[in-house]
Write a protein that binds this ligand. Structure first.
Ligand SMILES: [Fe+2]
Length: 272
């Protein structure tokens, strides 16, 4: 594989990490053909050990969410009918999306290339894996898996403002080049993956990287983290490290705030 360091291209944090010899599963793959979408998705023949892993992760993580996850996340998990019983069927989740926000799911084989990823988001298609981490990675996996994709990402995609923001994100990211591309990826990190939201009852999280991580779910709302008000201009200049607990996070006022703030900012940058 050609090293990214051979070129002068601006690297994303994931690309830098991959270049430094980190887990090869974290290297984004180019989609080489069509991927199953919505009704085309089949339910894999999971071994019982995979179902056990889902049950374990679901219960352990769900226990951490009261007073931490925002109401919109919890409402979404309810709408999707997520439960500890068995690994959800992506096709059924896709139908819930379609009825709530018009999105659908496509099943992807791995972490996918940014261009493919942004293109799918722009078309209101959420790429999800359908395999689960091994028993030796229950506490942490650097690679994407269905627990992160489903438990982490999907509840918020039933929220209209968040889903609209995410579609706009896909469009802006497809149009972005060079520094703008890196800015958008940084913003993605601090919103979709690690976003916090201010609520009358206190600070809550909505980011998928927090929802699906045992360590982050307790770290993110602790006094070890400095919380800064969300402002796209400020967020996109923030350094971050994908391999350690986050010391700085950003809080939105509401999902409408995120949707409008992002739209206005990317419009100003000429990305929409
Ligand atoms: Fe993610």
């Amino acid at each position: 594989m050609k090293s990214n360091q051979d070129s002068n291209k601006k690297l994303s944090a994931y690309e830098k990490a991959a270049d430094e010899g980190v887990d090869p599963r974290c290297i984004p793959q180019k989609l080489t053909g069509p991927v199953p979408e919505h009704d085309e998705i089949v339910y894999p023949d999971y071994p019982e050990s995979d179902q056990e892993t889902w049950r374990f992760l679901y219960k352990r993580q769900m226990d951490m969410l009261p007073d931490r996850a925002c109401k919109e996340y919890m409402d979404g998990a309810y709408k999707l009918n997520l439960s500890s019983d068995k690994i959800p069927y992506l096709k059924n989740l896709s139908h819930v999306f379609h009825e709530t926000t018009g999105w659908k799911i496509v099943r992807v084989p791995s972490l996918i290339r940014e261009k493919d990823f942004f293109g799918l988001l722009h078309r209101k298609l959420f790429p999800s894996t359908d395999y689960i981490r091994g028993k030796d990675e229950l506490d942490y996996t650097p690679a994407p898996d269905l627990f992160h994709d489903i438990f982490g990402h999907m509840p918020l995609l039933t929220n209209k403002s968040f889903a609209s923001f995410y579609q706009t994100f896909g469009e802006a990211a497809l149009n972005a080049r060079g520094d703008d591309r890196v800015k958008l990826e940084t913003l993605h990190w601090f919103t979709v993956e690690f976003g916090l939201i201010k609520k009358p009852e206190g600070m809550r999280f909505y980011g998928a990287g927090i929802a699906s991580s045992l360590q982050e779910v307790s770290n993110a709302l602790s006094d070890r983290v400095e919380v800064i008000d969300f402002d796209p201009e400020r967020v996109c200049t923030q350094e971050y490290d994908v391999w350690h607990l986050q010391p700085i996070l950003f809080a939105i006022e509401s999902f409408e705030h995120l949707e409008k703030g992002f739209y206005d900012w990317t419009k100003k940058l000429g990305l929409l």
